[in-house]
Each structure stands twice: as structure tokens, then as C-alpha cells.
Design a protein around this ligand. Sequence first.
Ligand SMILES: CC(C)(COP(=O)(O)OP(=O)(O)OC[C@H]1O[C@@H](n2cnc3c(N)ncnc32)[C@H](O)[C@@H]1OP(=O)(O)O)[C@@H](O)C(=O)NCCC(=O)NCCS
Length: 174
Amino acid sequence: MTPPTEIEPNDAGALSLNLRAAERGDSDRLFEWVNRADSLVAKLMTAAPIPRADHERWFAARLAAEDCLIWIAEVDGAAVGQVRCERRGDAFEVDIYVEAAQRRRGLALRMLEVAVARVRTEYQDARLIARVRTGNMASQRLFQRAGFQASAGAAAAADHHLVYFQEPTTGEGK
Ligand SMILES: CC(C)(COP(=O)(O)OP(=O)(O)OC[C@H]1O[C@@H](n2cnc3c(N)ncnc32)[C@H](O)[C@@H]1OP(=O)(O)O)[C@@H](O)C(=O)NCCC(=O)NCCS
């Protein structure tokens, strides 16, 4: 019989991860996360901290929008990150964040897989995309691991980011 194995570095499978829909009461948490330095540095459009009033307007609009899905990831009941899938044109764009202390445990990969499956349940023909800065190795690895392909179009390259995409699943299982 195989002896017990060591605890694996990627222990997300052993954690009780839950993705619940974001609600109004999550505004403070999301405001804090979005303005963290490691979050701002990953953004393409926003470099400066986001003012509170802008955040409140943005969040209220996103909660009201049908095709913007925001989930809060919880481990043992404590919020550890967020994943947002928001329609832009014919695609849903993904944004994801995990608290620094909770990283490298496979949580983002599990969160992304659950989020993608949920989007696909509701929007079968959805194309998923993520715009990732060329220097953001963690995010690039994450989307690769989740089965996204990278396309380096000229516009994206000029803007120092890569577009990761996943086409709709067709055929089997539909
Ligand atoms: C990107 C982010 C969500 C990854 O979260 P995470 O929970 O640490 O990711 P996971 O543990 O699920 O790791 C997924 C894959 O990425 C790899 N990875 C994670 N962090 C990495 C890093 N700093 N450098 C290189 N690879 C990294 C993991 O090793 C894993 O790949 P593997 O299975 O081949 O080993 C997290 O670093 C984060 O919130 N960053 C700031 C915000 C951000 O950049 N968001 C993305 C915007 S598009």
C-alpha cells in the first residue's frame, strides 16, 4: 500500500471553496481589493487608486447588469478573492483576484474553472477572454492552466498585454 503522501503545495482541492454571488455588502471588500497595489498593477485601464464614489457607482451598475457576474470566493466562510465575468461585445471578460496570503494554493485555478462553467451554463455560446499584462506571469500561467489560448495581436502587444481566450464548447455534452 502506498504510504501517506506529503501535503501538496497545491492544496486547493482539500480546501472547502465556495463561490457565492457578490452582493451590496461586498462593496467595502471589493473597494479594498481593487485598490491594492498588486491589483492596480495588473489593470490595463486604471493605474491610479479608484475613488470611493467611482467605485460605488461602478459596483451598483455591475450588480444591476444582467451580463456581469461577480462571485466572492470563500474558504471556510472567509472571503479570499473575487472573480468577475462581464460581457464586452461577443465575449465575457474575466477579472480575478486572490488575497496575497492565499496564493499559490491552486485557489484561482479552481475559482476560474467554476466561474467558466457557470458562465457556460447560462451563455452556451460565450467566448471568454482575459487581458493579461505581459509581465504578469502568475496570471498568464493561471489562464494557460485553465485551458485558455494566448493571442498576441498587434494592438494588445503595443499595449503590453496578451489576450487569453477560450472559445465556446460545442458538440458533446450540449
Ligand atoms: C493571478 C492570481 C489570481 C493567481 O492566484 P493564485 O491563487 O495564486 O493562482 P493558483 O494558485 O491557482 O495558480 C495557478 C497557476 O499559476 C501559477 N502561478 C501562480 N502564481 C504564480 C507566480 N507568481 N509566478 C508564476 N506562476 C504562478 C501556479 O503555479 C499555477 O500553475 P501550476 O499549476 O502550473 O503550478 C493572483 O496572483 C492575483 O490575485 N494576482 C493579482 C491580481 C491579478 O493579477 N489578477 C489577474 C488579472 S488578469
